[in-house]
Design a protein around this ligand. Structure first.
Ligand code: ZN
Length: 133
């Protein structure tokens, strides 16, 4: 069974902490031990796990990516005009796997799961696959 959560973004580049939503899906599944896969079915978005204690960390990641992969560049050929978003999507990746233990996501103390928007604002989907062991 695949669960789906919806995310609304409000900026071209934006990182949204989805840890609570993913945890809720895990809780409602009743699964205690296994693996949680978070999958992003979009080509201009991504998922990453990083610090959710100091908000400036994800702000720095976002700003650094924007600096390294500018929105406009003479090297881009993609007619839609959003090559930067596709490149950043591939850099961060479409999936994250989290161990499930004791009915909870086994994340490190400072870790959170982030939906990464690179071509917003948009309505986005996140797929969650829970595998029981
Ligand atoms: Zn495109």
């Amino acid at each position: 069974m695949i669960k789906e959560i919806k995310v609304s973004t409000s900026a071209r580049s934006q990182f949204i902490d989805i840890t609570e939503q993913v945890s809720r899906e895990l809780s409602s599944s009743g699964i205690k031990e296994g693996v949680c896969m978070v999958y992003i079915p979009h080509t201009t978005a991504a998922v990453t796990i990083n610090e959710n204690a100091d908000p400036s960390v994800m702000e720095d990641v976002k700003n650094y990516l924007d600096k390294q992969v500018p929105w406009s560049d003479s090297a881009y050929g993609h007619a839609e005009g959003n090559s930067a978003a596709h490149i950043k999507s591939s850099m961060l990746g479409s999936a994250a796997e989290i161990i499930v233990s004791g009915g909870k996501l086994k994340l490190g103390t400072w870790q959170g799961i982030y939906f990464c928007e690179f071509d917003g604002p948009r309505s986005r989907r996140v797929w969650i696959k829970l595998i029981q062991d």
